[in-house]
Design a binder for this molecule. Structure first.
Ligand code: ASP
Length: 357
């Protein structure tokens, strides 16, 4: 039995049909995000909902409604989307910001359930938070186990659940990954598939660096560290629920379901230099390299790159400033090197480090 989670880019008018190639009779439960970006400068539904809560204008609601109307129309889904939208709008500003932000996932789940003629599972009723804001794991697992029984497929909205003190609570952004992991663990799935728009965990951020390779396997611990370091491919809190049950996570690209993917399990990565995760801020990239070299060796690899590129380098301290090289800062901690560089040098730096084994 497989649990699959689909990110927001998969839940768009142009991409939803691809799910039919992925979801098999082995899938018992799928967890979906709110409709995501349909083009680079587009705004995610969740961000539109957050704006709507602060400024409930017709204009913003039309943008949200338009995404869901097209999702339904393009994919010929038999659902009364106008009624669903009207109902969601009537609740959007009644409770809290988190409630409003959860509506995208609820709408997605209702629409995707109709698309697959599957059973909609209301996350508010099964995923339960305590009054202290923490997930009530026992109650949540038992609710999910009891709910996921007879139907051929269940569809649940990710990112939110019901709260003991209020109506709904959300996880932090990207939290549908966590919901998917919880469902996989609660149902003792054999596999947790996390379908996104990149080919698994890449050695560098594919948005910032071209031709990046996929890390084919890594351990739960490595995945957790990379997520914490900023690899946006998986929410860090999605690791523990499946790790505790030994359920592997497959991180794949829904656009290339048979293409490269990453398998996260108890088996560690085969590479000594695991990965680079980046956050681009104002032309500078903060790059985190997870490695299993001794720090002196990692320092030597980076030094060699700098020498080849400038002719001189001196590394002895914990960090240094070499702004003429567009390498602004290096910090060494155990098995983690964090570099702040200009986006233009990242490709060659990465290659230079990787070529040394
Ligand atoms: N839709 C939410 C977000 O944009 C949650 C998720 O997609 O996982 O953060």
């Amino acid at each position: 039995m497989i649990t699959a989670k689909f990110g927001g880019t998969a839940i768009t008018a142009g991409n939803l049909m691809r799910l039919k190639e992925i979801v098999t009779p082995f899938h018992k439960c799928i967890v979906v995000s709110a409709v995501g970006k349909e083009y680079q400068t587009d705004t995610k539904t969740t961000d539109l909902l957050i704006s709507y809560y602060h400024n409930p204008s017709k204009d913003i609601w039309c943008k949200i409604a338009d995404k869901y109307r097209r999702l339904v129309k393009v994919n010929a889904i038999d659902v009364d989307i106008d009624a669903l939208l009207a109902d969601a709008r009537s609740r959007a500003t009644l409770y809290s910001l988190q409630y409003c932000a959860s509506l995208g996932e609820e709408l997605s789940a209702r629409v995707v359930a109709a698309f697959f003629q599957a059973q909609f599972l209301e996350a508010e009723q099964v995923v339960r938070f305590n009054s202290d804001g923490n997930l009530n794991v026992e109650e949540t697992y038992s609710n999910i186990r009891q709910s996921v029984q007879g139907a051929h497929l269940y569809v649940m909205g990710g990112f939110y659940g019901g709260c003991a003190t209020g109506v709904r609570q959300t996880f932090s952004r990207g939290g549908s990954d966590v919901s998917g992991a919880i469902v996989a663990a609660a149902t003792d799935s054999t596999l947790y598939e996390n379908w996104t728009d990149v080919c698994g965990v890449c050695v560098a951020n594919p948005v910032a660096v071209s031709d990046v390779a996929t890390v084919l396997q890594m351990s739960y611990g490595e995945m957790y560290l990379l997520s914490l370091a900023g690899a946006e491919v998986l929410h860090p809190d999605a690791v523990a629920p499946v790790e505790s049950k030994g359920i592997p996570i497959k991180i794949g690209n829904f656009m290339q379901p048979h293409g490269k993917s990453t398998l996260v399990s108890h088996c560690p990565s085969r590479s000594k230099l695991l990965s680079i995760a980046e956050t681009v801020t104002g032309g500078r990239v903060v790059t985190t390299v997870l490695h299993s070299y001794p720090n002196w060796k990692m320092a030597r690899l980076i030094s060699r790159f700098l020498r080849q590129n400038t002719g001189k380098i001196d590394y002895f301290g914990k960090s240094m400033e070499v702004s003429s090289l567009k390498l602004y800062n290096i910090e060494f901690n155990d098995n983690v090197v964090r570099l702040t560089t200009d986006v233009s040098i990242i490709n060659s730096l990465y290659k230079s480090i990787c070529e040394t084994r």
